[in-house]
Design a protein around this ligand. Sequence first.
Ligand code: PLP
Length: 375
Amino acid sequence: MTSTELTRIPILDLSPEIDELWDELNAAVQRVMRSGHFIMGPDVLAFEEEVAAYLGVKHAVGVNSGTDALIIGLRALGIGSGDEVITTPFTFFATAESISSVGATPVFADIDPKTYNIDPAEVRRHITPRTRAIMPVHLYGNPCEMDEIMAIAEEHGLLVIEDCAQSFGARYRGKQTGTIGNVGAYSFFPSKNLGAFGDGGLLVTDDDDVAELARMLRAHGSRKKYHNEMLGYNSRLDTIQAAILRVKLPHIDRWNEGRRRVAATYNELLRDVSGIVTPELSEGHVFHQYTIRLTDADRDEVQKRLEEQGIGTMVYYPVPQDQLPIYEEKYSVQPQSALAAGQVLSLPIGPCLGRVEQVQVKAALKNALRPANVD
Ligand SMILES: *Cc1c(COP(=O)(O)O)cnc(C)c1O
C-alpha cells in the first residue's frame, strides 16, 4: 500500500456529530440571533437546569471557560493567598494556572503510571499544615480514585475541586465526576467530549453558598447589577454556546459509549503490537483521549512516522506542568509524570471512528514502530 491510497485520519473529526445535528444546531443559533438576548439569555438558564439534572447536582453555573470554572470554583471555596492546593503534574497548564491565579500555591503529587491520574498515596505524602484543597484531574476522561481522595480530604479537613474538563459524562461508581467533591469544573472547549462552537465552561456544586458566590464572581462580583460587592470576572457562558450545548447534551451518553467502543476495538487490535501499553477500559472511562505508552521506541520519531502515513496524533502532555518554564526549578521532578511525558501518544478517537480507520491506524503504528523494535 502506498500512502496515496490512504485517507488522512485526523486525531479528532468533529464533523459527524455536527452533520447529525445540523438542522437543530442552525435553528438554535438562529433562535438566539432573533431573540436579542445575547448575554445570560433564556438558553443559559435552561442549559444550567438541564445540565444540573443530567449530572445529578443541585447547582450548575455557566461560565466562559473551563479555566474560569476552576478559578471561580477555587475563589468560591475561599481558597487564596497562603493556601496550598495539591494537584497532578500531568495535565494541561490551566489546572495549576487556576491555583496560581487565585494566589494559592500548587503542590504536585505524582501520578499512578497505570491510569496517569493523581496517586492518592502521593497526595497523602504532600499534605502540610497549609494544605486547603485537592484538585484531582480525571485525565483523558478516566475517573480518579475518588473514594480514596475523599477519604483523605475528610481525614484532613480538605476541600476537593474536580477538574472535569476531559471527563464530561464519566461516572465513578455510578456518580458523575464533578459531583463527588465540593466543586466540579467542566470545559466546553470545542474538542472536549461535550464541545461548544467556541469557549465555554461550567461549575457545579451542591453547596448553596458556593453556588451563590460563583454566580456573583462570574458577573463582576455583583448579586444585583451595578451593586458590586467584590472583585469578580466577566465570565458568563455565552448564550449562543448555551443554545448549542442544549442541542448536544441529550446525545452525550451515546457519544461517550461510541468512544468506549472505539477504545475497546483499539485494545483488541493492538494486543499483538509489542513495545506499547494500551489503556485499561476501566469503569466509567469516557476516553476523551485514547492514549498509549511507547515503552521502547523514540516517541517523537514514531509520531513523525505516523504523520507521514497520514495519521494525526498528539502528545498530552510533553512537559509536566511542574517543569514548565513558569515553575521551573521551584519543584523537584515527579518521576512517573516525567516518564509518562516522554512516552505517551494519543491516537485518533471520536464517537464515530470506524473499525476500518482503526485498522489503518494499527498498520501505520506497526510500520512506525518496526525499526525501533528490531532485536
Ligand atoms: C481543557 C482543559 C482545561 C481548560 O479548559 P478551557 O475551557 O480551555 O479553559 C482545564 N483542565 C484540563 C485538564 C483541560 O483539559
